[in-house]
Design a binder for this molecule. Structure first.
Ligand code: F3S
Length: 109
């Protein structure tokens, strides 16, 4: 099992999650983070840290977010998606995008 970053992260990227990860399993893309499923140890400490409530245990993902299991695994290995281990500023309009649904089309890979 793993934990999964879901759609709510897109265009927010608050990065509070990375500061608490004991195994540095987050990978950063242009407007979202993902979790490398091969590194995640299912500790769950990142879940309450996310202001956008974007992180779920794989088994708790809402049905409409299931595609993010594969997306996290693929993007964790994608060119340009690098390890991020320290919190940084959120995207400038993160608060405006925080509660918007259906953001998948906004994902930049
Ligand atoms: Fe994304 Fe939440 Fe982390 S918005 S970068 S999963 S704190």
């Amino acid at each position: 099992m793993t934990h999964v970053v879901s759609e709510n992260c897109i265009r927010c990227k608050y990065t509070d999650c990375v500061d608490v990860c004991p195994v540095d399993c987050f990978r950063e893309g242009p407007n979202m983070l993902v979790i490398d499923p091969d590194e995640c140890i299912d500790c769950a400490v990142c879940i309450p840290e996310c202001p956008a409530n974007a992180i779920y245990a794989e088994e708790d993902l809402p049905a409409e977010q299931l595609a993010f299991i594969k997306l996290n695994a693929e993007l964790a290995r994608a060119d340009g998606w690098k390890s991020i281990t320290k919190r940084k500023a959120a995207l400038p309009d993160a608060d405006e995008w925080k509660d918007k649904p259906n953001k998948l089309a906004e994902l930049v890979k």
